[in-house]
Each structure stands twice: as C-alpha cells, then as structure tokens.
Design a binder for this molecule. Sequence first.
Ligand SMILES: Cc1ncc(COP(=O)(O)O)c(C=O)c1O
Length: 379
Amino acid sequence: MNEGFETLAIHAGQEADPHTGAVVPPIYAVSTYKQDGVGGLRAGYEYSRSANPTRTALEECLAAVEGGARGLAFASGLAAEDTLLRTVCAPGDHVLIPDDAYGGTFRLFAKVLERWGVSYEPVSIGDVDAVRAAVRPETKVIWVETPTNPLLGIADIAALASIAHEAGALLAVDNTFASPYLQQPIELGADVVVHSTTKYVGGHSDVVGGGLVAASAELGEQLAYHQNAMGAVAGPFDAWLTLRGLKTLAVRMERHCDNAERVVELLASHPKVTQVLYPGLPEHPGHEVAAKQMRRFGGMVSFRVAGGEQAAVEVCDRTKLFTLGESLGGVESLIEHPGRMTHASAAGSPLEVPADLVRLSVGIETADDLLADLSEALG
Ligand SMILES: Cc1ncc(COP(=O)(O)O)c(C=O)c1O
C-alpha cells in the first residue's frame, strides 16, 4: 500500500512498543544493552552511539517522509552537514554552494572544511547555466538550499540533479525551509536531503537536531558508518521530541502557508516595504520552478524596509507578537535582522545579505493578530 504523507509521519518506524503496547515509542534513556552471550545482540542494539531505539524510530520516519532509503538523526543540522561532507568529500574536492546559504553552513565551508582541504565556490543556484559553468572536474557536491535562507531564492532541483550526475557529483538539498511536506527532493533526483530538524520538522522551538536522508541504501550505509565513527548523534529525548513534532508537520505547514500568504499580502502593499521576497509571488524569479516542485510556498517571508539598516532594525525591535529571535519553523512567529543576527558570519563575504532585510518565520497564531502586530511595527 502506498501510504500518504500524514500516515507515514504518524506511523512510519513507530510500531506499538512490543513490551507494553505503548503507542508512542518510549524514550530509551540508555547507553548500552545486555548481550545474550558475547556478540549475541537481542534486537541489533549494542551501544547508543551506534543505534538507539528512539533514534531508530525517528530515522525510519524521516526516511519514509522524504521517500529515501535511509534516514539518520544528528545532534544538530550542522552536525548532519559536517558528517555528510566528510563522508562524501576528501581533501582536494570542490563543492558548489548557494551564494545566499545559511550563514552557519557558509561558516562550515569557509572556516572548517576549507582548512581540511575541501574548496567551495558560491554560485547563484537559481541560475542553472551559472551552476553548469561553475562545475569543475573535482566538483564532488552541488549543495543546494531551496528556498534559500534568507533571500528565499529557488533552485530547480531536477535540473541541478542532471548537472550533478553528468559531472559525477552528488546533489545535496537542504530541505529545511520547505520541509518534506512541501517538497520531496529525492523524487526530483537529489542524492541526499539535509535537515535542520530544529526547524519545521521539530516545529516547536524546543529541540536542536539534524537529519540526513540518503536516496540510495549504499550512500545511507556510508553515512551511517560515519555517523557512528564521528559520533554527533541525536540523543533519545531529542529524537523523541523531534518525532512528536514530525507527526503534525502536515497540518502545521498548511497553517504556516495560510498565514504567510496573508502576511505577504499586507507587506506587498505597504508603503514602508520596498520589496517582498516570497516564492509564492508571481514576480519572484523562482516562482515557476517553485510552483512546479513545491506543494505550497512555505512559512518564511523576507522583506526590505525603506530607510535602510536602521529602519529594518527598528521594525524588528517594535513587534510584540513576532518575537525577536534567531531560528525558524516553530509554531510561534519570529522576526530577525539577518545581517546582524543569523547571517552575521557572512559579513564581508560574497554571501553578505542586504542591510535593510528583515526575515519572518510566520507562525500558526491567529492571522489577524499577526497582521496587526506587523502593521503597528511598520508604522
Ligand atoms: C537552512 C538551514 N540549514 C541548516 C541549519 C543548521 O541547523 P542547526 O542550527 O540545527 O545546526 C540552519 C539553521 O538555522 C538552517 O536555517
């Protein structure tokens, strides 16, 4: 039977507990497992860095909702990224990255992996020809965020998968902004999907976590080997919280999208707003591609404020319901100034973001209340 997304999110990897019948996988707060004789593992578990039943439940669910062969859960999104890159890359390899990637991802490339011998090149991933032209013989990975953080740029996943595969490279898609409910990169040809599960997958701003989903069992096996060898795993309570959040992803995403559309409508006609960045807008350069590869356009909205940096900072300081804070994807609405906050690490680089930019993570509160708060803050 081909089960639907919501069914998989609630049931995949989550059989009732064989000992008690508990319908929710218990939090296995345990480091080691009794062996029936040397090497006689009862259920395949020997040590919780290698595997833990609560984490296994989350990993199987992540694989199911992304339509991949193997899911793996990590201590953070960046831990997932680091494990992926140091599994598939070796010193001397080259990676293409978006020219407006998340600042922490950029920092991982610029400050950690480059020292380790992996070079990177920022490219406009919305421009298929630019990506094709930037590929080199030593390119190992085309790294894509779509939509991007914070400029909401859109990459054509299917087209970039073809370019990567022709070049013998892998296509990695950071699906954090869209979530697996809105976008299924593996179906479109991606080799591996990356998540900061801290965001929409967890959905309640109560846990930091990361995920990888490999399209093939072979890549999944290599990643699982490195997950254990490098050790940046999700703990059982974090895995449990993430799995609980994942169950309601579909209904939350629908409301995030509804509310974001209302917010975009308000901002688009506001005299203090010079530009609204949202892939659902017909004038957005990636709109057609987004409409093709996404179910809806998501809950993230960025906009530029007339009056420059100071005016943008003042808007962030004035909202009451939109909480000033980093991160995104939780049920509560957040506002931030990327230039001084999430993307400060990209200052002075090709990934520097406009100073008049404000980013919203539109939550699932009553839409009218969100609009009133924004109107008041914009003045
Ligand atoms: C698109 C994207 N990818 C990756 C990450 C890193 O995830 P984490 O903060 O869970 O390490 C973030 C964090 O904001 C993000 O926005």
